[in-house]
Design a binder for this molecule. Sequence first.
Ligand code: UDP
Length: 370
Amino acid sequence: MPANKKYDFLIVGAGLYGAVFAHEAKKHGKTSLVIDKREHIGGNTFCKKIEDINVHAYGAHIFHTNDKRIWDYVNDFVPFNRYTNSPVANYKGKLYNLPFNMNTFYQLWGVKTPLEAKEIIEKQSNKYKKTRPENLEEQALSLVGEDIYFKLIKGYTEKQWGRKATELPAFIIKRLPLRFTFDNNYFNDSYQGIPIGGYNELTGALLEGIDVQLGINYFKHKKALDDKAHKIVFTGKIDEYYDYEFGKLQYRGLRFDHQILDTDNYQGNAVINYTENEIPYTRILEHKHFEFGQQKKTVITKEFPLEASTESEPYYPINDDRNNKIYLEYKKKASKDSIIFGGRLAEYKYYDMHQVIAAALTKTKNLFEN
Ligand code: UDP
């Protein structure tokens, strides 16, 4: 880019939203400069090669979608493998299949038929059924009954969110369905998998031919960076962008404890959840199993949830009433600004990867094709 010419877009954040936006802009003849404060692209999808294993450096990322258009879109950049997420829960040393299905019901109660399982769940959940559950605990008890709730949901959820289940919104557990078949596939979506070679293959391909500058703190050099482009796309925290004017939005953070182990197979599964309260981490990942790795060693990661602060970056928006109200104030302000806000942090939404991509595609389609 010649020194006196401006980019069409300055994109703050090289995660999935920024990468898809930049790619689509380029397709429509627009130029972008993508910056990120981290030293790598990909945001939280970034994979770090350790012992020849693609380690999900910021926690488990499993791609799944019901939208063929999104599935075809990502597969155009990189082929995906046939990984199917089937996490196992460990509660006080006993293992249970997830999501809650006939295998889980057999492990919990020894029941062998859907009818027997339904009878138990109905007996345990009936007294909690009322018109509208007010919080996660009420919602869970009315849906799955006591055993499943107390063994497999309550402890995990309270660790994960750092709040009592009675203080959490019900929508968080929307994706824990009851399934009366012997099917351990965690997702209901038609398509799922992991990019062969890891997520950097996807974000690298999206950003091919686009100017990217890493290790740059936007807020430190805001004026100079803003001057480089006609329009700003911001994918960081919206409350930080507006200098916390309406108050801080809360996020859950994570601390990762990565370990290299001198064994070829530590836990036999990519994800094992620890659902009791007494164990401080929520899950252990064994990364090689995301790609059916045959390496001699293995790398595991314990995920310790904590409140996002200086100790941890923000991962999960906490969409309770208080935070949603604050977010709406930022959103109102943003709608009067010419900045484009997109992605999990800028839209304060518990987005999955496919939803982030869909949001960026919708935005760019509206901008460039209307
Ligand atoms: N959850 C649970 N027990 C589990 C796994 C998940 O109760 O063993 C609940 C918990 O409230 C969690 C939510 O389901 O926050 C969503 O979990 P999931 O692992 O699907 O989300 P991710 O953290 O991967 O975005």
